[in-house]
Design a protein around this ligand. Structure first.
Ligand code: AMP
Length: 427
């Protein structure tokens, strides 16, 4: 089924067309009808599955239907989307704004770290969709600039991350400001007992949706691990960047100090890169994201502050320069590439001391990550690799890896077919 056939307004259909969204993704196919229907929804879906549009499309359609009949009162908020981070708030607001571009609906991202004057002016006129992090939102509620007494829909996005960050009380507090009768849409990338407890305390007889629970890494991402010692990692990164000069590369490191160090190492050899981590001011963060999104700078070195939720279009490679401390973050990191319908590649550099972490990650994934074999000569050559030695070894390694995966898949299919044949014969 295509979006054209959906029961949504022509304005929304036109914007979806412009954004290149023709057919719904899995989560959109499953969630949109229920949300349009006014049901509560509890969905387990990773980022990259199209989950933002899965709630934005039906919410905007419903608001648009009402907007023709009702005027907004000052400070009124019709739909509240609560998210754990500022970056995610801005990104979600962009999706809402894109889909609502031909409507009169008013969308606002309310985040801390920026001047509150313009935000208050917008709030004063009333907004249809407010996307907010808890801190700035409660500031404004306390100052009387947000009226949630007519809010119809509450979206809790990345609820698992909100729990990790200790926002559970904020979630419960906000519900006290909203009318008893409201629609709740609950989204989480992972599911455990705490998430379930929270979910069932806020949703009412929900429609449950779970997207690809078995393999948490998107099918569009081809990911591999290369054994590289700590001190050699920068040479391998240099080589990868130089062999893919046109590619957008997102590099994950463990700490902000390391992010700055890796950037300094890249600068020394003439590679332009930028960093992103918790130590950056909000204005700097926005500039960094804008430079990377537009492609002005092609290499972004970041800590896990960026691992979840952030949608940066066209990231070609994710490099786990350091393995993540938390296994789950592996999924969030590699999920930065292969978004929507695109293909992506991810490579992890694993040193001897990181091998136990690799095992934990593999346990979490429920399977081994394919090893990208680097023979001794390749390894040595990479360390002595310099700008004037033309080399396409990374491409060869990646091609080889992809070929191995294809062959493996063929073998598995063949074996399954043979087993099925045998079973049929026995009968
Ligand atoms: P999300 O999971 O919401 O972060 O979305 C991941 C990416 O998929 C974003 O870059 C969206 O623009 C893209 N996307 C979402 N829905 C669709 C669709 N129906 N068709 C094509 N791309 C989509």
């Amino acid at each position: 089924m295509k979006f054209e056939q959906y029961n949504i307004s022509t304005e929304i259909k036109d914007s979806l067309k412009e954004m290149g969204f023709k057919k719904p993704t899995d989560i959109q196919f499953k969630a949109i009808p229920s949300i349009l229907n006014g049901d509560d929804v509890m969905a387990i879906a990773q980022t990259g599955t199209g989950k933002t549009a899965a709630f934005a499309i039906p919410i905007l359609h419903r608001l648009q239907q009402q907007d023709r009949r009702h005027r907004k009162a000052p400070y009124e908020v019709k739909c509240l989307v609560m998210v754990p981070t500022r970056e995610l708030a801005i990104q979600i607001a962009e999706v809402f704004q894109g889909i609502a571009q031909y409507t009169d609906l008013r969308i606002l991202a309310l985040v801390g770290g920026v001047d509150q004057g313009p935000q208050i002016k917008m709030l004063e006129k009333g907004v249809d969709v407010l996307i907010a992090t808890p801190g700035r939102m409660f500031d404004q509620i306390n100052q009387g600039h947000i009226d949630l007494s007519h809010t119809q829909t509450l979206v809790l996005d990345e609820a698992d991350h909100m729990l990790d960050l200790g926002f559970i009380r904020d979630i419960r507090d906000v519900i006290k400001h909203i009318p008893r009768e409201h629609q709740t849409l609950f989204f989480s990338a992972t599911l455990n007992k705490d998430i379930k407890d929270l979910a069932y305390s806020v949703v009412n007889n929900p429609i449950r949706i779970q997207i690809s629970p078995k393999d948490p890494v998107s099918k569009n991402v081809s990911h591999a691990v290369a054994y590289v010692e700590m001190d050699d990692k920068r040479f391998f990164l240099e080589r990868l960047i130089k062999e893919f000069p046109e590619s957008k590369i997102l590099v994950f490191v463990r700490t902000k100090v390391r992010a700055e160090r890796v950037m300094a190492a890249m600068t020394r050899i003439g590679i332009k890169s930028i960093t992103m981590h918790g130590g950056k001011e909000q204005d700097d963060r926005l500039d960094v994201m804008a430079a990377f999104k537009s492609g002005d700078v092609k290499v972004l070195i970041t800590t896990d502050v960026n691992a979840r939720g952030i949608d940066i279009p066209n990231v070609d490679y994710v490099v786990n320069y350091d393995l993540p401390d938390v296994a789950e973050n592996y999924v969030h990191r590699v999920g930065r590439t292969g978004r929507g319908v695109q293909k992506g590649q991810a490579v992890s550099f694993c040193s001897t001391e990181e091998k136990p972490m690799l095992e934990t990650i593999q346990k979490f994934l429920g399977k081994n990550i394919t090893e990208m074999t680097i023979n001794k000569d390749d390894y040595r050559e990479t360390i002595s690799f310099s700008e004037d030695i033309p080399n396409d070894n990374w491409q060869l390694l990646l091609d080889q890896h992809n070929k191995e995966m294809e062959e493996l898949e063929k073998k598995v299919k063949k074996r399954a077919a043979a087993t099925a044949k045998k079973k049929a014969k026995k009968k």
